[in-house]
Design a protein around this ligand. Sequence first.
Ligand code: COS
Length: 388
Amino acid sequence: MLDGVDDDVFESLVDTVDRFARNRLIPAERTVEQANAVPEEIVAEMRAMGLFGLSTPQEFGGIGVNAAQESRLIEALCYASLSFRSLIGTNVGIGSQGFVMDGTAKQKARWLPGIASGETVASFALTEPDTGSDAGGIRTRARRDGSDYVIDGTKRYITNAVRAGVFTVFARTDPDEAGADGVSAFVVPADTPGITVATPDRKMGQRGTKTSDVIFDGVRLPETAILGGPAMLNRGFRTAMKVLDRGRIHIGAMAVGQGQRMLDIATDYALERSQFGKPIGQHQLVQGLIADSQAELHAMRALVRATAAEYDRDGAAVLGASCTKYFCTEAVGRIADRALQIHGGAGYMCDYDIERLYRDVRLLRIYEGTSQIQQIVIARRTLAGRSH
Ligand code: COS
């Protein structure tokens, strides 16, 4: 059972994040889009609010929310552009949770305080040019050399690599094992010799977020750099899966925040815009678009809350996390499409926020496990008769 923070502290935090998203972040969205960067003063404000340390345990200086609380806070934050969330996303999720779940006491003490304060940005380096969905097939090698390991390989689309102070790098430590069982996770300080971070990728949406290739060329590390220590040799794939499970609930919450935003925008537009002598919101076909989005949003929110509660109760929710990511991210795609449709021709114009939000949410169906990967997890566990 993950306790999280006290109710009154938590409610005031939700209120603070909600106001920050509406009053500070939304007005900055167009600047971020144009500059393809989040202003440094906003990064500093997010640090000061403790957002980088939301999920870091309090003993390491974080706020220490549980999954249910994290999902409500992320929903509130993601009423604004997903680009802001991306800044804290790796520290709250995939970049930190490996340390929290499987790190040694030394690794936690060394890295978690900086991750919590935001001084250290943590990146998760799993994906490669030839390995995305087939995470067990990674080719980056960690070759044993005396008591050291030497990492060679290229990682792709690594979020926040340009800012990273530490990478969790997944590499093959058993060259004779082609699948998941030969993979270990390494804690790699970003200033280790042999690491090159490439120019950030140009993307369809979520401008202001930074993803890049990271090249590891003869990066030498002691065996104590294995996440969880040498006893975790060849156990890194499981760490990655556990981290991604929690991340999938978080992404469901992002979809809820964006879904609410787009429904609100579409509703406002339906009330303002008139055709055939009355506001378009009074036409039943437009009402159908609004009703379908509202119903799906209710289902998404309920699913995120139920799965997060299950996670906090049981310490895992593999089936629920995949159902949540799959349903919520597909549904938010439909909400985006309907919201744009309600705007008519205006929705296709860059002057309207919906055009940008429509592009931004497209990524949710892809990263941290595509919809098709979620279908595989859901079907496998269902066919195996598992309810978790
Ligand atoms: N939690 C803990 N352990 C898990 C797990 C989970 N959620 N999922 C799998 N494992 C364990 C399995 O139990 C198995 O161990 P045992 O052999 O001891 O039972 C091991 O990991 C291998 O699992 P499996 O055989 O299911 O691995 P596959 O290679 O078939 O891969 C999928 C499974 C496809 C689900 C996995 O590769 C995946 O999630 N891919 C998507 C990766 C992704 O999200 N990438 C996004 C980029 S990272 S931001």
